[in-house]
Ligand binder design. Sequence first.
Ligand code: GDP
Length: 301
Amino acid sequence: MVLADLGRKLNSALSQFSRVPSVDQEALDALLKEICAALLESDVNVKLVSSLRQKVKAKVKAALDTGADKGREGQRKNIVQKAIFDELVHLVDPGVEPYKPRKGYPNVIMAVGLQGNGKTTTCTKLAVHYQKRGFKSCIVCADTFRAGAFDQTRQSATKAKVAYFGSYTETDPVSIAAQGVEKFKKERFDVIIVDTSGRHKQESELFQEMVQISEAVKPDMTVLVLDASIGQAAEAQSRAFKDSADFGAIIVTKMDGHAKGGGAISAVAATKTPIIFLGVGEHLADLDKFAPQPFISKLLG
Ligand code: GDP
């Protein structure tokens, strides 16, 4: 089920609930059943869904026990609706503030993720985003694994009018990353984005490379780039990258497509790491800032 369908299902469950004559256990259970089924169909991790159900129940019970409904049916509905909204927000909010680049300082951002997830595209989108906000931005292509990676960076960076660094001959990604970051630091760039190699699968070689590049460039923020269509595999994949690259932020790409999105959302809870942007298309401007509350409000229409 794509994200827009999830929104519609959640919405329909909530509006059905708003019409029940009395908020009793049966009505609450029916609502939670619908909400949880919709989340599961969207690939949200089963443990997260079960925890959402428990937390909503506990919150509603606690509120009713203290008489917060003042004996009024409408008030009881508000309590339930708020508990659901808050727990949906909680799904995408690990309660951790992401790193915020500051001007006049060489903020090094390292992007990691499996091949095809949209890493190179996202690096250019990020550079454009920061450049527009007055940060002198650039990209270092440390992907020596994929043939044509540097060409792709060169083309998209040129199109975006963003400075770039890479090599057709150097085969050591750690050396390229270190050289590029050093060069751009000397040239007083504010945002230095390091694009790294991916692989089709999670492999120990890739994770070792991430550790080495990370030690060489000492990123201020490492970003995991995750494809929204990844489904339930998101949890294992994000945990594996967390162990090697210890990323502090997530960007979910291809949110414009037919992806369910719930898997990527589960990566937030699995790694206690905030989503900072959503990739919503192939163009350089297709990058939306992510914030938990507005995202859930928009999802619920
Ligand atoms: P990498 O291997 O991780 O560096 O992936 P690329 O940046 O080469 O992207 C792989 C494909 O995904 C390309 O065709 C991109 O145009 C496409 N892509 C990346 N981000 C998005 C997005 O947010 N939406 C859509 N629809 N396509 C995207």
